[in-house]
Design a protein around this ligand. Sequence first.
Ligand code: ARG
Ligand code: ZN
Length: 474
Amino acid sequence: MTPPRRQPARRRTAVLRREAVLAAVPVAVAALIGATAPAAGTAGAPGAGDPYFPLSGNGGYHVRHYDLTLRYDTSSGYLDGRAVLAARATQRLSRFDLDLTGLKVTGVIVDGLPAAHRRDGRELVVTPRHTLRAGRDFRVTVAYHGTPKPVTDPDDSADGWIPTDDGAFVAGEPQGAMTWFPANNHPRDKSSYDITITVPQGRTAVANGALLARHTAHGKTTFHWRETQPMAAYLATATVGTFDIEQYTTRDGIRVYNAVDPREAREAAPVLKKLPSVLEWESSLFGPYPFRSAGSIVDHAPDVGYALETQTRPLYDSAPDIDTLVHENAHQWFGDSVSLTAWKDIWLNEGFATYAEWLYEEQHGGDSAQETFDALYAHPAGDRLWAFPPGDPGSGENIFDTPVYARGAMTLHALRKAVGDRDFLRILRAWATEHRGGHGTTARFVRLAERISGKSLDTLFHTWLYTKGKPDSA
Ligand code: ARG
Ligand code: ZN
């Protein structure tokens, strides 16, 4: 996870400004507008309201389930897709957006009736035949096709559908889900998924959750995957390649599915062998594993430069080392099961997964967490580590930078020292348990830590999460 050089975000803001104006209209005035033009003022917002990624996600509805049916031609890179979204309106809705970039939309149907639709940058704007009343369930079908391309993030890394020499590496954090399916693309909205992918015979398509069916006909193989637990769009995958497959069930009854690119097999084998013991060890610290499926997708994607904690089954761009395996699986608790409410809180994912690595080393013959902390604390004041405080990365450009990971983990170590090992572990476990399948915020974590420890921790968190520069005392 070495972040590439940064570069300012280029962002289209026209739609946003217009919607911001609408949002700012006082209620009475809005009602008046509504009275004169029934369809106005009930459009869903084009973003979820996250200042780091203003157009990610959408307002006005929640997606309960995505049913994605894809065909991918590995030689041409062509994707044919149909997405059926089971959604619920959270407001009266005359119009709503989905996030989608690239690809051609050939039709949109809402509740059985063709709906008007247009593209506006990364938004697919859908106007159903009839206004949807608040609280109502509705179904949207989008037919689309084209050659998906990854998005370039504010930090210059690529995510989304990333073609490889034998298929595609599909990772969506933070923005890339919209490169391969129309989504409510913000971690605030979590959904269950059915992902069905057809690829040339001999290739394997791996997604999240359980493999329900697999069949081959006319030189093509179809894989049907289902994730029943709530999942943020960025954690969905449909990675395609030539893979060796290994399947087994752990002592805890978790179904493991490992897919390994043969070019990475030799190096990956000794690390993947440790997956059951890593999951057991993590469960002993953080509470029961939050999902029923697990595993690994080890691709050979030398240009990617990072791994991702795709839900139930992390995705690696090459054979992972043990720390990376521990990190991505720790995210299953911290990041996947307990999701972000805003990208600003990214340390709740990366600081926690990094601290899991420190704990693993400490308990498996490596450096103690204190030694890891001390080695980092020795970095001089001008070091990148102290460039910004992890609780306030400032923009989407910084969310995967060193301070989020390393100083985020240092924050947890400072907490551990302040409350003692016993309460520290109780806090981590309570965090995973109380927000299981849901969402967290930094403020709630701080409150939980204070509740469990009975200590006032304001100064500690203020220093480690929000104060610029190298903290004075370790
Ligand atoms: N969450 C991933 C990890 O730390 C990193 C994803 C980086 N994504 C990116 N587009 N740079 O395990
Ligand atoms: Zn991570």
